[in-house]
Design a protein around this ligand. Structure first.
Ligand code: PEP
Length: 262
């Protein structure tokens, strides 16, 4: 358990302007006095709209993807410095849809991670196994390699700006959530891996988020686990009322005494 809980909405390639308006109308009363973090990653084109609407509510805004270059001839890409300049504070890196559809490799993901951290962004580093890999008993070796290769050579002073999101591919957008125990087992493995790679004190400060069909009905059971510090949420983050319900669960969880670290 780290110092704070996180609810991060990944809107993917969804939400038109009118949906965004409805989202904020449906959020209802959204306190800015809170112990947990609420973040949103819209499509890049909606970043300015989101910043205008979310910042007053102290919701951080970030990108779903980022370039491994900071400027120049890279048509269609988003530069880390430009994201920061526009008011964004974080980026997802290595989402399974980027790995599977756009063939992003661990080495490429590592370059994006390093550059984003160097420029000052927080990186939500995503990892997770496919159903086939899980069924073959390869979960730990797959996730372990993704972490070793994707987080290679991160300078010590930048490591605290990393959040790891464990997202089993078979649970993303499928309605199949990993059980809290299944998720906790892999989160504990990730925490141990980070302890081996870096050190225990730091590893206990890195927030570990679970992602994969999280919704208001199952979030509490996940957040109560010792090594689950929040959720990265796709589908259930699109509606303001659902996002609010997820945030309420994080708020409730934040108020349960525990051994908060960091
Ligand atoms: C995601 O895309 O990061 C995700 C977890 O999606 P969903 O919540 O829809 O499974």
């Amino acid at each position: 358990m780290t110092a704070k809980f996180y609810i991060v909405g990944n809107w993917k390639m969804n939400q038109k302007l009118e949906d965004i308006n409805s989202f904020f109308n449906d959020l209802g009363e959204f306190s800015t006095e809170r112990q947990y973090e609420a973040w949103l990653a819209p499509q890049a084109i909606h970043l300015p709209t989101l910043l205008e609407k979310a910042k007053p509510l102290k919701i951080e805004v970030g990108s779903q993807n980022i370039s491994d270059n900071d400027s120049g001839a890279h048509t269609g890409e988003t530069s880390p410095s430009s994201l920061l300049d526009a008011g964004g504070s974080f980026t997802l890196v290595g989402h399974s849809e980027r790995r599977a559809i756009y063939k992003e490799t661990d080495e490429f993901i590592n370059r994006k991670t390093l550059l984003s951290l160097e420029k000052g962004l927080t990186v939500i580093f995503c990892c997770g196994e496919t159903l086939e890999e899980r069924e073959k008993g390869m979960t730990e070796s797959v996730v372990g390699h993704q972490i070793e290769d994707g987080l290679k050579d991160i300078p010590e002073n930048l490591r605290e700006k990393i959040i790891v999101a464990y997202e089993p591919v078979w649970a993303i957008g499928t309605g199949k959530t990993a059980s809290p125990e299944q998720a906790e087992e892999v989160h504990l493995f990730i925490r141990t891996k980070l302890t081996e790679l870096w050190d225990g004190t730091l590893a206990h400060k890195i927030p570990l988020l679970y992602g994969g069909s999280v919704k208001p009905a199952n979030v509490e059971g996940l957040l109560i686990q010792q090594n689950i510090d929040g959720a990265l949420v796709g589908g259930a983050s699109l509606k303001g009322a659902d996002f609010k319900a997820l945030c309420d669960a994080a708020d409730k969880r934040s108020k349960i005494p525990g051994q908060l670290q960091g």
